[in-house]
Design a protein around this ligand. Structure first.
Ligand SMILES: [Ca+2]
Ligand SMILES: [Ca+2]
Length: 346
C-alpha cells in the first residue's frame, strides 16, 4: 500500500515538475527575448547626449527607394537629404523609402572595442498609451572594411507576421535585435562588431563604411527576412515622402586614431596617443610643465595598474601586458590640474 502511494507521490511530483517546465517554457516563449524600448529597465538604447560617443558620421550617400515598392508610379521617397545624417543625432533625418540604401563614412575607422562600437539613430516615437511599444521603421545594418564587401549584422524580428502592420501601428522593441530603428528618436540602437569577428573579408578593427538598408515591412510580395528566415513585419505601405527608414545619425563609440588633446593654462597641451593602443600609450606634453605630469593607469573599476611621472615629451606607458579592453589614464600636473582619459588596449 505504502509502495503504491510512493509511486503515486513520485508521479505527481514528476507531473508537477513537467507542468512547471511547460508553463515556464510558454511564459518565456510568450515574452520577447531582447532589450526593451528606451526608458525601460534593461534597455540598451543610448541617449544621443551620452559621453560614450567620440564621433559621428562625416559623409552620407543615399540611394532612395520607392515610396511604395508595389506601386512605383508614386515615385521615390524624398523627405530630407543626406546631409541630415551627418553629425550628432538631432531628430532631423533623411528618408530612405522602400529598400532605400544609405552608406555612411567617418573621419577614422571604427574598431571592435569592449561592448557596442557604434549606434544608429532613427526618428521613431512611443505609443503614448504603452511605453514598451513604438512606431518604428527598421533597417538592416551592414559594415565594410573596404567599401566593397559588406557584412550584415544577424537581425532578428519576433514580431508576428500574420497581420500586416500599417501606419501608424506599434511594435515592441524587445521583439527586435540588430535592426536599426529599434529605438525611438534621440536614442541610438547599439551594434557590437564583436558579433562579426572572424568573418573572412572583414576587419572588425578597421570598419570604414556602415550601410543601412530599409526593411520593406510587407508580409507578402515584397517581404524582407531576418537571419532565421522569418518575415519582418513593419509598417507597410508607407507611401509618403518620408516613407521607409529615416536615418538621423550614426554615432561612433570606438573610433580608431582618436588622440585626446587637453589644453592647460599657460598654453600647455597634453596629447595621449594612439588610442586604441597595442603596446604603448604615449603622453606628449607641449609647453613648459616644470613639475612633470603624474600618469596613473587604472582598470575601469579603479584598480591602480601602474603609475609614472613623465618629465617631458613622449613618455611611454606600456600596456602590452594587459588584456584587451578599456582602461582609464588619470593625469595630474603639479598645479593640481587633474583629468581622465579613456584608453583602449587592443
Ligand atoms: Ca565591440
Ligand atoms: Ca540628423
Amino acid at each position: 500500500m505504502s509502495h503504491t502511494f510512493k509511486v503515486w507521490d513520485t508521479s505527481i511530483r514528476f507531473m508537477k515538475a513537467f507542468l512547471f517546465f511547460i508553463f515556464y517554457f510558454l511564459i518565456t516563449a510568450a515574452h520577447a527575448q531582447y532589450a526593451p524600448q528606451a526608458g525601460l529597465p534593461g534597455s540598451t538604447a543610448i541617449s544621443a547626449s551620452s559621453s560614450v560617443f567620440v564621433g559621428w558620421a562625416t559623409q552620407c550617400n543615399v540611394q532612395r527607394g520607392f515610396m511604395n515598392i508595389a506601386d512605383t508610379s508614386l515615385g521615390y521617397a524624398s523627405s530630407g537629404d543626406s546631409s541630415l545624417a551627418i553629425g550628432p543625432a538631432d531628430g532631423y533625418a533623411v528618408s530612405l523609402g522602400d529598400s532605400g540604401i544609405s552608406v555612411v563614412t567617418f573621419t577614422h575607422p571604427i574598431y571592435n572595442g569592449g561592448g557596442p562600437d557604434f549606434a544608429v539613430f532613427e526618428n521613431g516615437f512611443l505609443n503614448t498609451s504603452n511605453d514598451s511599444q513604438a512606431f518604428l521603421e527598421l533597417a538592416f545594418v551592414e559594415v565594410s572594411s573596404d567599401g566593397v564587401n559588406y557584412f550584415r549584422f544577424p537581425a532578428t524580428s519576433l514580431t508576428q507576421f500574420n497581420t500586416q502592420l500599417g501606419n501608424p501601428d506599434y511594435v515592441t522593441a524587445s521583439n527586435l535585435n540588430n535592426l536599426a530603428g529599434k529605438y525611438i528618436a534621440m536614442y541610438g540602437t547599439p551594434f557590437d562588431l564583436d558579433e562579426l569577428s572572424g568573418i573572412p573579408g572583414l576587419d572588425v578593427n578597421n570598419v570604414t563604411h556602415v550601410r543601412l538598408i530599409d526593411v520593406v515591412g510587407d508580409i507578402n510580395g515584397h517581404s524582407s527576412h531576418d537571419s532565421a528566415g522569418r518575415v519582418i513585419n513593419d509598417p507597410y505601405p508607407t507611401a509618403f515622402p518620408s516613407g521607409g527608414f529615416d536615418l538621423d545619425a550614426v554615432g561612433l563609440i570606438n573610433e580608431v586614431g582618436i588622440t585626446e588633446v587637453k589644453t592647460l593654462p599657460g598654453n600647455v597641451s597634453v596629447t595621449v596617443f594612439p588610442n586604441p593602443a597595442t603596446d604603448n600609450i604615449f603622453v606628449s606634453i607641449k609647453g613648459a610643465m616644470p613639475g612633470g605630469l603624474n600618469a596613473t593607469l587604472t582598470s575601469v573599476t579603479g584598480n591602480i595598474l601602474q603609475q609614472s611621472v613623465s618629465p617631458g615629451n613622449g613618455s611611454a606607458i606600456s600596456v602590452a601586458q594587459y588584456p584587451a579592453g578599456m582602461y582609464y589614464l588619470v593625469l595630474c600636473d603639479a598645479n593640481g590640474n587633474k583629468w581622465v582619459e579613456k584608453v583602449t588596449k587592443r
